[in-house]
Design a protein around this ligand. Structure first.
Ligand code: TMP
Ligand code: ASP
Length: 242
């Protein structure tokens, strides 16, 4: 590849970010490491890095075609992608189409209830604090983002929903919820981080079978097999390898 991996800039729970020869381009290496419950539960799952790297590349390209600005540039190896370097906003944006996970725990509502309109929530990205939910006023008061940036993150998060609900529905999959992160580049907000089954909930539309990281959280087994099934159904070409 033309961009050799430079020095390690940041090691997350599932990806490592490296510098490249170009100051404004980073290399994201998708590891097989998988974590849940804010890093309390961990495992290495063979082929997960490769599968997620390719699912992400496919989804990011579809989002770009639909007019969502993203940091994604191109695949750069089985577990590597090149992305634009962003100044990340330290909040996570979650969109929910169906109740599951923390909204059920927080509000005592049943799992599986359709949400129409879809629900948008901000969470502070902080594992030590277990990513607490925050509202617009927290984001403003602590200077994590401006009002205009919040409005843009909300707008782009719903635009992503419009594209991806349809993409997954056509593959017989319900997009239950997902987490997005955004970053700044030249005064604009771009979608950063990743879109993979590690950061969303995907249920088989007819059986309700979990095809996402809940398989790992709940010890259901077949985690990477489920991610590969998602890839196959939405039309991602996966190379051989680990
Ligand atoms: P939650 O139900 O735990 O709030 O998560 C909602 C969705 O967002 C779920 O698909 C998992 C994803 N998510 C992450 O991937 N990382 C996070 O730190 C958070 C808060 C959510
Ligand atoms: N909170 C996220 C999850 O459970 C990420 C993590 O726990 O590491 O998927």
């Amino acid at each position: 590849m033309t961009d050799p991996r430079g020095t390690e800039l940041y090691r997350g729970k599932a990806k490592t970010v490296y510098t490249t020869d170009a100051a404004d381009v980073l290399l994201m290496h998708y590891r097989n490491d998988t974590s849940a419950f804010d890093g309390e539960k961990k495992a290495a799952l063979v082929r997960k890095g490769l599968v997620n790297n390719h699912i992400n590349a496919f989804v990011m390209s579809r989002l770009q075609q639909a007019g969502v600005p993203t940091h994604f540039l191109r695949l750069a190896g089985p577990q590597d992608s090149l992305v634009r370097r962003l100044d990340m906003v330290p909040v996570e944006c979650v969109v929910r189409n169906v109740t599951a996970g923390s909204v059920c725990r927080r509000l005592g509502v049943a799992e599986g209830l359709p949400l129409d309109p879809a629900l948008f929530e901000f969470f502070l990205k902080n594992d030590a604090l277990h990513d607490p939910m925050v509202n617009d006023d927290h984001v403003l008061a602590f200077g994590w983002a401006t009002a205009a940036e919040m409005a843009r993150m909300r707008e782009l998060s719903f635009k992503v929903n419009g594209v991806l609900k349809g993409l997954f529905a056509a593959a017989g999959i319900t997009l239950v919820d997902y987490k997005l992160e955004f970053g700044r580049l030249d005064g604009e907000l771009l979608l950063g981080d990743e879109f993979t089954p590690d950061g969303c909930r995907l249920w088989d539309a007819s059986s309700g079978e979990r095809l996402d990281k809940d398989r790992f959280r709940r010890d259901l087994g077949g985690v990477v097999e489920a991610y590969e099934e998602v890839a196959r159904r939405i039309g991602v070409d996966l190379p051989a390898g680990e």
